[in-house]
Design a protein. Structure first.
Lengths: 205, 205
């Protein structure tokens, strides 16, 4: 598959509780659109990923965690993206990620809209998106049926789906959030988007 | 002290065995010069820093380490900086860092030239800069007296100096390489140089 061509696939892995994932989420669709492509969004459970790869959540690492908190605030200001550290951080993101995949099977554009709303709610409005009720509220504002979604969030199928997506991500080498693939080429971090762009341009790196 | 002003101090911490430190080293002087400033180079022992902050060398972390190796090769190509993973990696960098500080006390421009030569020797020419003899060779090519430097590398004073610089760096919050401060504001990583630049510009972040 040629780089930068019509068949270029750009995948965007993130956790709903990852600030760097949030920052990247505000840019990835525009980046893909510049090449006439649509990014494939893939929420995962970063906690599971870190356990499998024997790493700790960034915020738990002494010194580095404090720096990260400072860096997030600064990055929000510098990228002009509304951000403040949520009062509950990090949070479990099963509900949000399950809702995403349930929507994605029906309407992938709606699923992306939901993801953007949920990330904004958490990082800009301090909504605790670990609560299924909050997730259902966010989806309902996009005209998703409350009862149907509430029920879906409890279904074994959707739980299994998220587990599978997370394990597949680990299998592909994902070890952080955000994580991108352009036709399989891996890029870790919101600060690698300039590389993602170059790869999309199809130059022979 | 005003940001972006004539008194702006930009400090550049790195380990001689750090690929991201090497990439940053090829750009930091130009960045400082754009603002009429000279970067203060500060080699440190990253191994000591990581131990103090309970972290592991990047290359030792499963999955992430392999990704990093791939990222370094790719970054060299994308930034057009000659790079290949040295056959011995990482290496102890006491000799190079001690030589730097000994030179720095005499002629800081010469010390920076030496640092650039040593980084290039290691990352572009596969020279094992853990060997004091290699370090002396690199300095000698810049007309530094071999005997004087060889002797200096063994002196308790220069050993103590590097220890102090490394401990001071840890005290300031350095936990990786490269690490920058602009008037005390911390920036970690070669991919934060756009932020360093914005900070130098003195906009009110």
């Amino acid at each position: 598959m040629g780089k930068g061509g019509q068949n270029t696939i750009i995948e965007f892995y993130f956790d709903f509780s990852s600030p760097y994932g949030y920052f990247a989420s505000t840019r990835v669709d525009d980046l893909a659109a510049d090449f006439g492509r649509t990014a494939v969004w893939k929420p995962i459970l970063l906690g599971v990923v870190l356990k499998e790869t024997d790493m700790r959540p960034l915020a738990d690492i002494p010194i580095k965690g404090d720096y990260a908190k400072h860096d997030w605030e600064r990055m929000g200001r510098m990228m002009n993206i509304p951000y403040r550290l949520p009062s509950k951080f990090p949070v479990a993101t099963q509900a949000a990620a399950r809702a995403f995949y349930w929507l994605d099977d029906r309407d992938s554009e709606l699923a992306r809209l939901f993801a953007k709303s949920a990330l904004h709610a958490y990082f800009a409005e301090n909504v605790d998106i670990s609560l299924p009720a909050a997730v259902v509220d966010i989806a309902a504002a996009l005209h998703v049926d409350r009862d149907e979604l509430s029920q879906a969030l409890q279904s074994p199928a959707i739980k299994e789906r998220l587990r599978t997506e997370t394990m597949n991500a680990i299998g592909k080498g994902v070890f952080g959030s955000p994580f991108f693939f352009v036709n399989g080429e891996p890029f870790w971090g919101s600060d690698r988007m300039w590389m993602v762009k170059k790869w999309m341009q199809g130059e022979n790196w």
